[in-house]
Ligand binder design. Sequence first.
Ligand SMILES: [Zn+2]
Length: 259
Amino acid sequence: MTAVEHAPELVGEGLVRLTRALGEPARDLVILAEGNTSELLDDGRIALKASGSRMRDATAEDFVIAEVEPLTKLLTSPTSTQDDLTAALDAGVVDGRRRRGSIEALVHVAVQAVAPATFVGHTHPTAVVGLLASVHAEEAFTHAAYSDEAVVIGTPLYVPYAQPGIALGKLFHERLREHVDRVGELPAMVMLANHGIVAIAPTAEGIETLSEMAVKAAQVRTLAYACGGLAPVPAESTTSYTDRPDIKERRANINSGTM
Ligand SMILES: [Zn+2]
């Protein structure tokens, strides 16, 4: 049974603009049809990028509207299969073209299932994927390499590799749930091993800022590893810095897109 429909009139301009901005070739976040974005709608559904379209050329036609609840059931069912997911993401044939929600739809659904968030942006930045495909992947982002990334990104959640589709959706959901139970809030950034990043923010600008900072954070680490190893900012220093009222205010401004 399908959980999506093609309804371009429900897709916001901000989401389309964000998608095109993340797809700009100079940013090296995605190529071809890589990556996807979503926005939570007032009725609890999400506008989600369709499969097979390029982010840089996205229009409202390149999205589907997905229901969170039936897709969450696939995430939590021990017996759900990739075929079940494929069927659930099928929005039918529109203007001679089959429209289907992104194969990575469950990453977006999992965020909403754990705690509602307005925007989610998933990309495959070369700089970050390189690091996440290296022997340093798991520990690379556990400590801040410099103070500004601690302010913008905080500590990202790391999710080990899983095949894109139902397997990644289930693992991502499980790790995100554990994180929120432990920390009390969603992470702003999730690192997917051998895959890419998931930015979570209340504004489209926040998604762009987080994605840019993730690229810089990866480049800094790659240089540090090339220079003999990473010597991170001491953890207690990062905590006292990000707890400072002026820095908290800055973080709030970044999140709300008013920086
Ligand atoms: Zn991906």
